[in-house]
Every structure is written in C-alpha cells, then in structure tokens.
Ligand binder design. Structure first.
Ligand SMILES: [Zn+2]
Length: 467
C-alpha cells in the first residue's frame, strides 16, 4: 500500500512516436513479450558492465528478490541473483554481462510491502505488469552494491530509464486507459494490462474489474468509494487526482487467505484481492474492504494533493491515510468503532520504535510507518480536539491547503502544525526522538506522548491500551 510521487518523465507511446528530448539515452532496453501463454524478456545492454542492478528490489521472506522466484535466465554467461537485497544480473566470473540477455518469466502475484506489486493477475488470465520493474543501472564492480543509496530512483533517471516495449501476440495491451499495439514506456509509473479486460467509464471513477471478483467487493467499491471520497473532499477540498481509474484484480479463492493489497499511482488505483476469506461479506470483511478503499482513496489527498519530501517521511502519508480511513468509515457508518485497528497500530508501533522509525524500511520493517504514523496522527488529532473540538481532518485541512502550491508536506511543516495546536513543544520532541533515535522503552514513549496530547489510554506492562 504505497503511492508514487508524480512521475515527472511520464511517457508512453506507440513504437513509432519520437522519443522525448529530455530523457537520457537508456543503457538498456527491454522487450516483454507474451505469446502462446509464455512470457519472455529480451534485454539489450549498450555497454560492458559486470553487474547490472534493478532499480527496484524487495526481497521476500527468504531474503531473495521476487524476480529470482519468477524469472529464469536462458542466456549463458549471466546469472540473476539477489545481492545485498538487490536483484542483479551478474556476468559469470566477473566478466561483463552479455549485451543481449533472454529471460523466461512466470509472472505471479506477490504483494510487496514497500514497492508496487510487480504483477497483478486476473481470473481471466489477464496480467498487469507494473511498468517500472525493468530499469537497470550498470555498475563497475559488485562492491558498489554495498554502498548504493536506498532509493535508486535518481540513479535510474541519471543513467536513463530502460525503454520497455510491451508486446502481446494476441493483440493490443491496455495502458493508461488506451489499447495500444507494442507501446513503449520509459518512466510512466502505471500498470500495463495484457489480455481481456473491460474498462467501464464512470463519473467519479472508471473501473477495470476482474469478472471473477466476488460481486460484493465490486458493489462495495461503487457504493462506498464515492461516499468516502465525498466526505474527504467536503472536509479537505479537492483531491489531487480527478476521475481516476480503479483496477481490481482477483487472484482466486486461495485457501486460508484473506488478502487485500493496493497502491495509488497518478490517475490509477490498483487493488488486488485474493483468498477464500473474502468470498463472503461478513461485517468484519466488509469493514476491512471499506477501510482499505478509504486508505487508498485518502492518498488522493495525502500523496496526491500533497506528498512527503522523502521516503523517510512516508509515516505522514501512510499513518495519515490509516487514520483518515478509520474516521471516514466512522462518518459513513457510525456503528464502526475503529478501536481495534487503532489499538493494532499502537501495539505494532511499540514493536518497531526500539529503533529509529524514519529508517525502518532499511531494516525491512515496512509496517512501521503505517503503525507509528497512525500513532502520531492520533496524538495530533487529540491535540486538535483539545484546541478546537476538531478531528484528524481538521488537523490536516490547513496543512493541505497551505502546501497545495508546492505539493510537499514536509516533516517540519507537520510537526510545526502540532506545535501550534498543542502549544506544547514536548510532543514534537517525543515524535522526533522516535523518528530519529528510537526508544529504549517504546511503550513508555508512546504513553508519554499520549499523556501530553490527551489521548485516553492506560499502561499495562509493556502495553499501551487505548481507552
Ligand atoms: Zn497507503
């Protein structure tokens, strides 16, 4: 559940169109081809380098990247490996990787926590690829892998993003709402859909819904999403994106699974559902779906209207969207309490905040920004309530209004707003300490923050219970 910054160099065009002048020549090109049920990736590299690192990697629970699980190199002289958490193509025995490399791909759905899910699979056999998974950066030595910055985005832009061609022997692919034959993309930040899918235009949003998706989920989207978005808009002003497309995939009724995953891109929301646990709309599952829709919709404000300055600050957008989703659900359904979800955020944040929360993603603790961000938002909301009787959206409204022009809601702006509504600089210090240093006793730190902000709670050993 993440969101992108606006893709500055978004281009997507039929093959014949000219390249935009400002994009540097790519060191690599890629052709993704689907034919007779099989997938191939043909890479062409423009220089000799012993190591090529993929611009986005995220190891799965076994420490190996998702590509290593799904891709097989067919060309001799090169290996696909995960090194220092990065997926790389490496020439054997230190030799340069071959200039032309073919891989066989077996795309399957995997929900990444800190990156866009690379592939969405539909029950119709359609497959949607995240457009940015083929960017390659050449490195002179394998040693360079150890000292790469966390975010390789600037290196991709400097080296030149891989120009990827999307080719389906069965016909046109769906990209940015259009059916195109063999389109190219460089840095578009979207999903490219191969196979059958119907785009249903709508006033508030257009949808691409897997026909196998349990009907109640699609119905929930068409009834709940406009209501919660209306609620946000009434309180916060317009979101950053008008009339987005929502793509909903259904991986199937996998036993003992209840999975809802999603992300927000410029103009596109994707939601992937899986598992027998979401077949029937029990109250719990329905509230989960609504909460999920409310979280993703919230990113049109926290992420669309304003976004964070650096990924170290994604607690602002993720925790903020979590609390927006709870309050949005309560506005639409007063019977929803939301206590258990907020309690889970407190519990999880206590587990994460031993170490600096800002850099939690470096340790693979991707949920820390959601949980601790919601804890910080809850403190800010309560300070707001004390000051004006308002709620979380009242805290956010002036912050969003003041930062629409430059589009950035920085950590300092967020914390300064907390100073203003609380009148107590100790709250900022509590949060800064958890962000930058972590705490020896996170439960005490959070209880202290709640105490000062006025969040009703009690301490129970190493736990902080919301009351
Ligand atoms: Zn999110």
């Amino acid at each position: 559940m993440i969101l992108s910054l606006a893709a500055a160099l978004a281009v997507l065009m039929p093959t014949a169109a000219p390249a935009p002048g400002e994009t540097p020549a790519a060191p690599a090109t890629a052709v993704v081809r689907h034919e007779a049920g099989a997938w191939t990736l043909d890479l062409t590299l423009d220089r000799d380098a012993p190591v090529w690192v993929f611009g986005e990697s995220e190891p799965l629970s076994d420490g190996r990247g998702w590509r290593v699980h799904q891709w097989t190199v067919e060309t001799p002289g090169v290996a696909l490996e995960t090194v220092a958490g990065r997926d790389v193509l490496r020439g054997v025995d230190g030799a340069p990787a071959p200039r032309r490399i073919r891989l066989r791909l077996e795309p399957s759905f995997v929900d990444l926590e800190a990156n866009y899910d690379p592939v969405l699979t539909f029950s119709t056999g359609a497959v949607a690829w995240y457009s940015e998974v083929f960017h390659l950066i050449p490195l002179d030595t394998a040693d360079a892998l150890a000292v790469l910055p966390r975010d390789l985005g600037p290196m991709i832009d400097a080296a030149g993003p891989t120009r990827t061609t999307w080719s389906d022997a069965e016909g046109a692919v769906l990209a940015k709402g259009e059916r195109l034959v063999d389109p190219d993309s460089t840095r578009v930040g979207t999903y490219i859909l191969f196979g059958p899918a119907e785009v249903v235009p709508g006033e508030a949003l257009s949808t691409v819904v897997d026909p196998g998706l349990p009907a109640w989920i699609a119905a929930e989207l068409s009834s709940y999403a406009p209501r919660v978005a209306e609620h946000y808009a009434a309180r916060l002003g317009p979101g950053g994106v008008a009339a987005p497309t929502v793509m909903m995939s259904w991986t199937g009724p996998t036993p003992d699974t209840s999975s809802m995953a999603g992300s927000v891109l410029p103009g596109l929301v994707v939601m992937a559902f899986e598992g027998d646990g979401v077949l029937e709309p029990t109250t719990g599952v329905r509230n989960l779906a609504r909460w999920f829709i409310g979280h993703e919709s919230a990113h049109f404000w926290l992420g669309g209207a304003v976004h964070y300055e650096t990924a170290l600050d994604s607690w602002i957008t993720e925790g903020g969207a979590d609390l927006m989703a709870v309050r949005g659900l309560q506005a639409v359904d007063p019977a929803y309490g939301g206590r258990s979800r907020l309690q889970a955020a407190v519990d999880d944040c206590i587990g994460f905040a031993h170490q600096p929360v800002s850099t939690s993603a470096d340790r693979g603790e991707f949920r820390a920004h959601y949980a601790c961000g919601a804890v910080f938002a809850l403190a800010a909301e309560t300070a707001q309530k004390r000051a004006s009787g308002g709620d979380w959206l009242d805290f956010l409204q002036p912050l969003i209004a003041a930062n629409r022009a430059d589009g950035v809601l920085s950590r300092d702006e967020w914390l300064s707003a907390l100073d203003r509504v609380s009148g107590d600089p100790a709250l900022r210090r509590d949060i800064e300490r958890m962000l930058d240093h972590g705490s020896d006793d996170p439960a005490r730190a959070i209880a202290g923050l709640f105490e000062r902000a006025g969040v009703p709670h009690r301490r129970e050993g190493a736990q902080v219970i919301l009351t």
